[in-house]
Design a protein around this ligand. Structure first.
Ligand code: CTP
Length: 396
């Protein structure tokens, strides 16, 4: 799936050019959703916008037919980037000063994603001290101002204030988004799920891992342009992204074999699987009968996949392990970082409510081998996956 653009259109004549902008993004594989001010709809029609974007227009915050999602919040989350083109003096003023009284201004305050502002107005308006001050405030917030060009203006004069051409806006946004994606073209191996250690043909030793954390990591990495190999133990989960190659395994030994083979040419390896530490020393070929009152199983240690990769990895490879702890969490997690020669360890504490196994949420602390520590709040596993990937790709 392509990256997500939320295009905000405010009420200036350059709004017609934004129709070309929608087409450019769509042609290049982006998904586009459009938000307009009321005035913008004096210049362009909902039908044009919806036909080009193939998505529902969002303009009226109090539309009786709207879905139950709080749309400005949902869109703020959905977007990879938000573009305001054209941005009138009015919307610039609102955004700079924290006013949220319509769909566009509300969305701008609600999003934490990269915002690009493409002003379009008459030269005198653009040069007005308050507009310049507002643009500076917006720049200081970390947004990108796509400075208007000199040229023929709709008011009949020549001067500065003409919105950048759609091609130029597209190129700037497209370049910025691909730079952001440090995972583009990287090979990422992820393990997920439990392993099943067979006792006899009908019974096994397993654990509570659902595999969700590893699957979320795989989806997020693939969405950001990585070529992902997901090696997973038994789970009901499915993969959606075409850039994920899924390798199904059952036992710790099978997972070990696949991982050691695939790890050789990977850039990043994330070991999120809950691998069994012990496996039955003898696997009965026939079902064990309950003739005896007690049954004693002899278990032997499995090979530690993370530690084995830690021994053979080179300096260009990033190795990320997980630590699932119930006591002395920090101490144990840090110990695993060194004993397994990982670059990062992601600590899950089973003591935190809503974190770890069989939940859709997680709370983590990431320890890096350089001594850095990153703490997250309790968030959905999708969001946690983003945090993990952002953190582990920061390394040089
Ligand atoms: N791991 C592995 N191979 C194993 C066991 C664990 O690769 N045979 C990996 C897990 O995928 C995880 C990390 O090692 O990334 C830590 O797993 P965890 O169960 O927390 O710790 P263990 O190493 O098994 O140690 P202990 O059970 O003593 O805490």
């Amino acid at each position: 799936m392509g990256k997500h653009i939320v295009l905000c259109i405010s009420g200036g004549i350059a709004a017609y050019k934004s129709m070309f902008l929608i087409r450019l993004f769509k042609k290049n594989g982006y998904e586009v959703k459009v938000v307009t001010t009321k005035n913008a709809l004096q210049f362009v029609t909902p039908l044009t916008i919806e036909t080009l974007s193939q998505n529902k227009l969002y303009s009226d915050m109090f539309d009786i037919n709207r879905t139950l999602d709080v749309e400005h919040i949902a869109l703020a989350e959905w977007a990879d980037a938000v573009i305001v083109a054209p941005a009138t003096a009015n919307i610039i003023g609102k955004f700079a000063n924290g006013i949220a009284d319509d769909a566009v201004s509300t969305l701008l305050l609600a999003t934490k994603k990269t915002i690009f502002i493409a002003p379009a107005m008459n030269t005198n308006m653009l040069e007005d001290l308050s507009v310049q001050r507002n643009l500076q405030i917006i720049k200081d917030k970390g947004c990108f101002i796509l400075s208007p060009k000199d040229g023929f203006l709709a008011c009949g004069s020549n001067g500065k204030g003409r919105m950048l051409e759609p091609e130029d806006i597209f190129n700037i946004v497209d370049e910025k988004l691909s730079q952001d994606s440090k995972l583009a073209g990287k090979k990422v191996m992820i393990t997920a799920g439990p392993t099943y250690e067979q006792i006899d043909p009908v019974r096994f030793i397993g654990n509570n891992s659902s595999g969700l954390m590893g699957f979320c990591l795989a989806e997020e990495a693939a969405k950001n342009g990585a070529d992902v190999t997901l090696i997973t133990g038994p789970t009901a989960l499915t993969t959606k992204h075409s850039k994920i190659i899924r390798v199904d395994v059952k036992s710790a030994e099978e997972m070990y074999d696949q991982c050691l083979n695939i790890a050789k040419n990977q850039d990043i390896m994330i070991m999120a699987a809950a691998v069994a530490d012990f496996t039955p020393a003898h696997k009965a070929t026939e079902k064990i009968k309950k003739e005896n009152a007690n049954l004693t199983l002899e278990l032997t240690k499995t090979k530690d996949i993370l530690a084995s990769i830690g021994q053979i990895k080179n300096d260009n490879q990033t190795l990320v392990g997980f630590a699932l702890e119930t006591q002395n969490e920090v101490e144990n997690a840090k110990k695993k970082l060194y004993t397994k020669n990982a670059d990062f360890i992601v600590l899950n504490s089973l003591k935190t409510k809503g974190a770890g196994f069989q939940t859709s949420t997680n709370q983590i602390t990431i320890f890096s081998k350089n001594g850095d520590v990153f703490d997250s709040e309790l968030k959905s596993k999708q969001e946690i996956a983003t945090i993990i990937l952002q953190t582990v790709t920061k390394i040089d």
